[in-house]
Ligand binder design. Sequence first.
Ligand code: 2P0
Length: 338
Amino acid sequence: MSQTPTSILSVDQWVDDVLGNAKFNSPAAHASAYAPSNIALSKYWGKREVNFNLPVTGSVSISLAEHGTKTGLSVVDAPQHDITLNGEEVDASQSFAIKLSQWLDRVLPNNLKLRVDTYNTVPTAAGLASSASGFAALTLATNSLMGWQLPEHKLSALARLGSGSASRSLWHGFVKWQAGEQPNGSDSVAFLLKHQWPQLRVGLLTVSSQKKAVSSREGMARTIATSALYKQWPEQANSDLTVIETAIEAGDFETMAGTAENNAMSMHATMAAAWPPLVYWQPDSLTQMHKVWQLREQGLPLYLTMDAGPNLKLLFEAKHQSDVEVAFPEVQVITPFG
Ligand code: 2P0
């Protein structure tokens, strides 16, 4: 894997090129936007370039409908951005505030400061990808506040600068983020897949909603640097992406969900082989995983996927929803195409 030499300055240059004169538009008084969270069916784990946040492989996701982030923006006369999360002030020294402020300072005219009111309907930093919906909602709201009127692929690239998975959170439904080839990431963007699957259900099994100990960013870097198993990951991820995309088009649930589960297990095995070991699972995660596998052995077409956290996401179809709810009374069922 070649690391393209780039600098922070060239990211700023790219942003200026994308925004052009629109960067200096006068802001509206207020704007807000909503973006759904998303769950990758074929995962993004590893960056080929860190400044532009470019992935080693493409990925495909399903958006989580009403589970996401709503962000309101307004201009403030203050030395720094004023950020709230779920109604509470976020200290400027917190990593959440630092990441949001860095993104805003990169895209806004000099010295323009905003009040950013962020409401998450998913537990923050629990592996439910709140950074994905957070940066996607921030990107959409800023596009509206500043009157940029950018096309979707450019919004996707701007959201990616905040968080890779945010590039996929601009739409409802199945979304593919293509890895791209350009050093400045202009082709590393996501787009909506046409196929809809009204019968598809995603079940959230929350094992813990505590903030994770190792961020995805740090976890990816550690995995690439130390896990011998990472050598095989790009090939599998690319192959799984193709199989899942084809299965989505064919409406082949078992192939789609089975490949998604195997992709997640392979990602977690690759992480576990890092040093120090990177294991996001908790004992309860394993208990729930075994329960899924037992039910499947008994004939229930139920599959799981997991991200950088201890929680499970179940994949099943509407006709099995009541069976799943009986087996997992605490499950939160999402209808992605509701
Ligand atoms: C994904 N994850 O495809 C993968 C699977 C977690 C496991 O994207 O460093 O918050 O901000 O680009 O997007 C979570 O990582 O990481 C993630 P950054 P991000 O959904």
